[in-house]
Write a protein that binds this ligand. Structure first.
Ligand SMILES: [Zn+2]
Length: 58
């Protein structure tokens, strides 16, 4: 099983070791942003791109 990581900078969930910065294995909460412009969660988290994100990244 592949352990998913999350980017410290943009919070995107990824399998890569690096995204905008280092990615970490310690993250909590998973959200899939389908419509960033209409999503309150996306606005709160500062997300403006479609994708999978972690709510909390350590
Ligand atoms: Zn990133």
């Amino acid at each position: 099983m592949i352990k998913l990581r999350a980017c410290r900078v943009c919070k995107r969930v990824t399998e890569e070791q690096k995204c905008h910065g280092d990615t970490v294995l310690e993250w909590k909460g998973y959200i899939y942003i389908l419509n960033p412009e209409k999503s309150i969660i996306a606005k709160k988290a500062g997300i403006n791109q479609v994708g999978e994100y972690a709510i909390k990244v350590r």
